[in-house]
Design a protein around this ligand. Structure first.
Ligand SMILES: Cc1cc2nc3c(=O)[nH]c(=O)nc-3n(C[C@H](O)[C@H](O)[C@H](O)COP(=O)(O)O)c2cc1C
Length: 255
């Protein structure tokens, strides 16, 4: 292997941080590597919000499904899918004078997906760049929840959406590499649904990986475990409610 692949192989999410701040040089190096990520049409359809205000960090630790370690992260970045900056540029660029342009449309779901792709690909560059400096990180998907409060807290206009938050800091203790289940992920020449036999086998293997000491009372297998703990959990209901609000805002032209 080479050092880059070894680094990626050794990475795991970091949730306990050494309180020492990152240096400005480290932050700049990570941000530069972040912005070198591939981006659709080279449009940079994202913005990054650095959370420096401790009171804001404290609030996000509550609104992002009560995860106190967020408040203790030395550096926090929010990756925002952002078409607003282009919509604003279109407005001052006289696009209405172009032949055939009768009105400026609001961005649609395709624009959103591209912007989210851009933001997340950039975020992952940040993860790897940080890791190369000995700085761990953890994604916070829950920043997609509480759309109304997060839009207000971060001053987000309609054509933006906070698709991920990243917490950074040096690991406070040695990390254990998280096992990942790599079977049935890669398909050849088209998608193939798993057979009942393969699903049963995967269920057993996943249980060994994720719950080697067994499940909590009343839970018999990994399907029941994930269904109850993730898919049907309260935070997932909030996530789906909130994302419907973000989608509505995204497609609504501003007054
Ligand atoms: C989109 C996304 C959202 C995530 N949200 C959270 C989160 O809110 N809280 C958390 O502790 N970890 C979060 N994680 C980290 C995952 O739990 C972690 O990546 C997964 O368990 C695999 O572990 P590893 O990163 O150590 O390999 C998130 C990861 C991703 C990619």
């Amino acid at each position: 292997m080479n050092p880059t692949i070894e680094l990626m192989n050794a990475r795991s999410s970091t949730r306990a941080y050494d309180p020492a701040p990152l240096s400005d040089a480290e932050k700049q190096a990570i941000l530069h590597a972040t912005m070198r990520a591939p981006t659709a049409g080279n449009l940079m359809l994202y913005s990054i919000i650095e959370i420096e205000d401790q009171a804001l960090k404290d609030r996000l630790a509550v609104t992002c499904d009560h995860q106190p370690f967020i408040a203790r992260a030395p550096w926090v970045l929010i990756f925002v899918a952002d078409y607003q900056k282009w919509i604003d540029l279109f407005a001052v660029s006289g696009v209405d004078r172009l032949p055939g342009v009768t009105h400026r449309r609001a961005p649609g779901p395709g624009d959103l997906l591209l912007a989210c792709s851009d933001a997340l690909i950039a975020a992952q560059n940040a993860v790897i760049a940080a890791e190369s400096l000995g700085i761990g990180s953890c994604y916070i998907g829950d920043v997609l929840e509480q759309a109304e409060e997060h839009a207000e807290l971060l001053g987000l206009p309609n054509h933006t959406l906070p698709v991920a938050m990243l917490c950074f800091g040096r690991p406070a203790k040695p990390r254990r590499r998280t096992p990942h289940y790599e079977k049935h992920v890669v398909h050849k020449d088209g998608y193939r649904r798993l057979s009942a036999e393969e699903l049963r086998e995967a269920s057993d293997e996943l249980a060994q990986l994720h719950a080697p000491r067994g499940f909590r009372p009343g839970i018999q297998n990994i399907g029941q475990d994930v269904y109850e703990r993730k898919y049907a959990a309260g935070f997932t209901h909030e996530l789906n409610r909130s994302v419907a609000v973000w989608l509505e805002r995204w497609q609504t032209p501003e007054g």
